[in-house]
Design a protein around this ligand. Structure first.
Ligand code: NAG
Ligand code: NAG
Ligand code: NAG
Ligand code: NAG
Length: 445
């Protein structure tokens, strides 16, 4: 069969209708999500609707839908009927948002009006409760998947407080709520917790006893909250700590003491200054692999970084200079990012980046006027948006250009990618650069 035009149109109308009914009926629950997550959710939904429609059209074209006429027609009529019912009752369910002050207060006759109506303490919508669970200890505010009983899903539920966590839970999801304080009581029996995700809440404070209850915690995600300092007494076994997008301006002394297993520490987008980077701050983190201090207000390179580090991210600070031997002593340092700082030739010693483990170096959006020297192992160099006027391959080449060693595959400089756009330079790339860096695949000028 040949999907007639008429059928296609009818089907599209039907889908449109179904979508409208859905938006009117259930849509309210998603309001908050889209408010907080921007247009992302909406766009994805529209895309999937479009994809659905395309798929249907294809099906019709392939002639798989037979006798669709009658079925479609019935469905359309039904849908329109349901739609009509919904539009008569625009709020069929309990509204998920609390009545706002803008709603008319009911004025009982005879009672004199006494100022404004008392308001709810917050403007946040009420918590969402799920259907009853097969687990007697599953909190009503959460979802306990029977197939994965060690996980507890309580995200996107408008929660103000942490529910009581059952003792068997290993993985706890509490992101995207309105929790403002984490207290110890709900964690009393949760001694087996491994992961906790509390991202995107309103947390200002974590009671220190919380961490005494969960000695086995490995991952703690608390990015996008309102913390003003790093929580104290974190469990010694922690492996990942994410605290980005808070207002942290203080690291209590000894905050990271004893945390020998911490591999990832993410503090980007906070208000940390040089005074928080005292000699002792990171020294006990003997297994740290990634340290992200980007988007803070540092003027100096942080001191006493453990030599286990592989990734150091310091973009968007106000760093002006780097001590001569700063990168000496690291055993695995491979990725360094210093984009958007205040580095000039004066503050960058000529050989400071000559580090044989370094693979990827980002120095864009600074004030450099010349290209710093680097090791033959370096693969990527980002120098865009500086004030570099020229590049001299003879000076820059980690191996003597005249030496026969340059032809030795093991010694040949590894640079593959070089960005120089946004400087005061123009093509062509000098011949000596091409001669030296034979692995160069891409150079942006
Ligand atoms: C902790 O577990 C004990 C025994 O299993 C139980 O009696 C108690 O109510 C639990 N406490 C909380 C806060 O869930
Ligand atoms: C860079 O470091 C290497 C060792 O990795 C060394 O042999 C070389 O002389 C250094 N280059 C400069 C310019 O200091
Ligand atoms: C590059 O540097 C070498 C050695 O310092 C020098 O001899 C040469 O003239 C320079 N090339 C250019 C184009 O400035
Ligand atoms: C770029 O260099 C040219 C020639 O040296 C100079 O006239 C011009 O002002 C420079 N532009 C910038 C943005 O530095």
């Amino acid at each position: 069969m040949r999907g007639t035009r008429e059928e296609v149109i009818m089907l599209l109308t039907l889908m449109e209708c179904a979508v409208n009914v859905r938006n009117r009926g259930i849509g309210r629950g998603e309001e908050r999500g889209s408010e907080r997550e921007g247009s992302e959710t909406g766009r994805r939904e529209r895309e999937s609707q479009r994809a659905e429609r395309r798929k249907t059209l294809d099906l019709i074209k392939e002639g798989r839908i037979m006798k669709a006429h009658v079925v479609l027609y019935t469905a359309l009529v039904l849908c329109l009927l349901i739609g009509a019912v919904f539009s008569q009752k625009p709020r069929p369910k309990k509204p998920l948002k609390p009545p706002r002050a803008t709603m008319r207060p009911t004025i009982r006759p005879g009672t004199p009006q006494e100022g404004p109506e008392p308001q709810e303490p917050t403007d946040y919508p009420p918590p969402i409760h799920g259907p009853p669970s097969m687990f007697h200890d599953c909190p009503r505010e959460c979802f306990c998947p029977p197939s994965f009983p060690s996980a507890l899903y309580c995200e996107n539920r408008n929660l103000r407080v942490v529910p009581v966590i059952p003792s068997r839970v290993h993985y706890l999801y509490l992101q995207n709520n309105y929790i403002s304080e984490v207290t110890a009581e709900p964690f009393r029996n949760a001694t087996e917790l491994r992961w906790v995700n509390l991202a995107n809440n309103l947390i200002k404070n974590v009671q220190k006893q919380v961490f005494e209850k969960v000695p086995g915690l490995l991952f703690l995600y608390m990015e996008r909250n309102q913390l003003k300092e790093v929580p104290n007494d974190l469990p010694a076994g922690l492996e990942q700590l994410r605290l980005s997008h808070n207002q942290i301006s203080k690291i209590p002394s000894g905050a990271f003491g004893k945390m020998e297993h911490l591999a990832l520490l993410d503090l980007h987008h906070n208000k940390l200054s040089d005074s928080d980077m005292g000699k002792g701050t990171f020294k006990d983190l003997k297994n740290l692999v990634q340290l992200n201090l980007a988007h803070n207000i540092l003027k100096k390179m942080p001191a006493s970084i453990p030599n286990s580090l592989a990734q150091l991210y310091l973009d968007r600070n106000n760093i002006e200079d780097i001590p001569e031997d700063y990168f000496q002593g690291f055993l695995h340092l491979a990725f360094v990012r210093l984009n958007y700082n205040q580095l000039s030739d004066k503050g960058v010693p000529k050989t400071v980046f000559n580090v044989s483990t370094l693979l990827d170096l980002h120095l864009s959006h600074n004030q450099l006027t010349s290209v710093p020297l680097f090791n033959s192992q370096l693969e990527q160099l980002h120098l865009n948006h500086n004030s570099i006027k020229s590049i001299n391959g003879t000076q820059l080449c980690p191996v003597d250009l005249a030496s026969p060693r340059l032809n030795d595959a093991d010694l040949m400089p590894r640079l593959r990618y070089l960005r120089l756009d946004g400087n005061n330079m123009s093509a062509p790339v000098p011949q000596d650069v091409i001669m030296c860096f034979r692995h160069l695949r891409s150079i942006v000028i």
